[in-house]
Every structure is written in structure tokens, then in C-alpha cells.
Design a protein around this ligand. Structure first.
Ligand SMILES: CC(C)(COP(=O)(O)OP(=O)(O)OC[C@H]1O[C@@H](n2cnc3c(N)ncnc32)[C@H](O)[C@@H]1OP(=O)(O)O)[C@@H](O)C(=O)NCCC(=O)NCCS
Length: 268
């Protein structure tokens, strides 16, 4: 119990830059008070002392403004910042290293018994005022934006914002152009991670330009070939030249210079 408390206090220091010392955290953080009381209430609940467990959790709610049902399962290093108005239902399950801000509800949408509250996997952060309603899972390391209303499963490493919540996955390409480039790079077996990320390496910029040009030329060639083969079935191959723009030529020239410089370095 003491070891767990030490971990919980460390979690406060890790996640709240305003925390100054252990005494202050122990005496002025309602999230810590509620957590200590919940750990005791949960033990009582599991030992079938349900009345005492409910009494303790009601006292905790009165003292901290945080309502945690004694049946809720809470993992290690849990942190509730500010705390006022947090409600955690009976069948909610919370993994390790989860953070909640004030006004969060982990609630149900049905009066039926059984699992009716959400499960938050490890590392989830839930912003102030967010409502997560129903017996689904919020995946590992996901974030729920403040005031979001989430009523369906959130995949891992996803940000859920708005009402109803929309999901944002960070490694998703930012726009259609980027998605198209990535698809094409994959289709020709080109490893896309470096070339399609936003970075200023001239070699990668050059690769990006070349990929675009190759794709453009191939499309054009295919169309031409199809049309010409209608006229002349013996037609096999034609070339269609597309001049590079000044900007593209400059990038390719930069790449050439960079490659030459690397070649000179490796010879020396
Ligand atoms: C959601 C959150 C965690 C940011 O996550 P993120 O993955 O870094 O997301 P981004 O900042 O890149 O924003 C992604 C998109 O979501 C939007 N967004 C972010 N937070 C939002 C919110 N709470 N509600 C609605 N939309 C939100 C952004 O405007 C952006 O929209 P766009 O793609 O149309 O430009 C953060 O905004 C948040 O709400 N944190 C809670 C903080 C809190 O409660 N603090 C209380 C301290 S007392």
C-alpha cells in the first residue's frame, strides 16, 4: 500500500509541473486523497464489506468532489488532476499511468447490470469535462480531448475530440497529396517512411519529386499507349517527355551535388 502511494505521488510530480513537494501533494491534491480512499474502499468491496465501502466512497466524494464507485478497478500511477466533478462508475476499469482531469465522467448508458462503463487502457489521458459513456475500450496511449463525448471504442494511439467524438490518428497523411504519394511509393515497393515525411533532407526531397514525376509520366504513357495501340496494334512503346519545372530541377541538382559530396567524402 505504501509502495503504491509512493508511486502515485511520483506520478503527480511527473504529470503536474505545479507540484512542488511531497507534503504539498499529500495535503492539497484531492486526486491523491480520492485515490487513497478508493484503494481502501475497493479492498472492502472485494471483501464483501459493501456497505462500508459505499460509506467510505461517499465520504471521499464529500471531501474531494470526486466520485469513484468502490467496485471500479484502477491500475498503478493513476492521477486525477484538480478532480472536482469526476465520476467513475462501478464497472469502469482503468489501466496503469492513466490521467484524468476535472469533470470527466466514465459512465454508463444503460440501467442493466453487468459491464456498462468504459475500460481505459494504459497511458490514456482524458481532458477536462470529457464524457466516455458505455462498456467499450479506449485503447492504449489514446487521448480524449476536453469536453469530448465518446460513445464508441477508441483505437490505441488515437486522439478523440468533439461531440460526438471524431478520431485523429497522428501518423495518418495530412492531405490527399501526401496519401497519394505514399500509396504510389508502396505500390512500386519503395520504402515510404523517409521520403513521405515532412523533412528538409535534399535527397529525400529529390526522391519525392522523382516519385511524383514517375507517377505522372507512367499515367500519361499508359493513356498514350492505350490510344496508340487502338490505331496500330503492333505499337509497343513510346516516350513522352515532360520537362521538369525550375523548382524540380533545382531540387534534383541539389541531390546530385549532395551525392557527389558524399562520394568525395567516402573516397577521401
Ligand atoms: C486533444 C488534446 C489532448 C490534444 O491532442 P493532440 O493529439 O495533440 O491534438 P492536436 O492539438 O494536434 O489537435 C488535433 C485536432 O483536434 C482539435 N482539437 C484539439 N483539442 C480539441 C478539443 N478539446 N475539442 C475539439 N477539438 C479539439 C484541434 O483543433 C485539431 O483540429 P484540426 O485537425 O481540425 O486542426 C488536447 O487538445 C486536449 O483537449 N487536452 C486536454 C487538456 C485538458 O483538459 N487540460 C486541463 C488542464 S486544467
Amino acid at each position: 500500500m505504501l509502495k503504491q502511494l509512493r508511486e502515485d505521488i511520483k506520478a503527480v510530480f511527473a504529470r503536474d509541473p505545479a507540484a512542488r513537494n511531497t507534503l504539498e501533494v499529500l495535503t492539497t491534491y484531492p486526486g491523491i486523497h480520492a485515490l487513497i480512499m478508493h484503494r481502501i474502499a475497493h479492498e472492502l468491496w472485494q471483501k464483501e464489506c459493501k456497505g462500508s465501502a459505499r460509506l467510505l466512497s461517499s465520504f471521499s466524494r464529500f471531501a474531494t468532489g470526486i466520485e469513484i464507485h468502490p467496485g471500479a478497478k484502477i491500475g498503478r500511477r493513476f492521477f486525477i488532476d484538480h478532480g472536482m466533478g469526476v465520476v467513475i462508475g462501478e464497472t469502469a476499469e482503468i489501466g496503469d499511468d492513466v490521467t484524468l482531469y476535472h469533470g470527466v465522467t466514465l459512465g454508463g448508458t444503460t440501467w442493466n447490470k453487468g459491464k456498462r462503463h468504459p475500460t481505459l487502457e494504459d497511458g490514456v489521458v482524458v481532458g477536462a469535462g470529457a464524457k466516455i459513456l458505455g462498456p467499450f475500450t479506449v485503447g492504449k496511449n489514446s487521448k480524449v480531448g476536453s469536453n469530448a463525448v465518446v460513445t464508441k471504442e477508441v483505437p490505441p494511439d488515437t486522439t478523440a475530440v468533439g461531440n460526438p467524438a471524431r478520431f485523429i490518428t497522428k501518423d495518418k497523411p495530412k492531405d490527399d497529396e501526401e496519401a497519394r504519394r505514399r500509396d504510389y511509393a508502396e505500390s512500386i515497393g519503395f520504402q515510404p517512411y523517409a521520403a513521405t515525411q515532412d523533412q528538409s533532407d535534399p535527397i529525400l526531397d529529390g526522391m519525392r519529386v522523382l516519385l511524383d514525376r514517375i507517377q505522372h509520366n507512367e499515367k500519361r504513357m499508359n493513356t498514350l499507349c492505350q490510344r496508340l495501340s487502338l490505331l496500330d496494334p503492333s505499337f509497343k512503346k513510346q516516350h513522352d517527355e515532360q520537362p521538369f519545372s525550375v523548382e524540380e530541377l533545382k531540387i534534383i541538382e541539389d541531390v546530385r551535388r549532395e551525392c557527389e559530396a558524399q562520394g568525395t567524402q567516402s573516397k577521401a
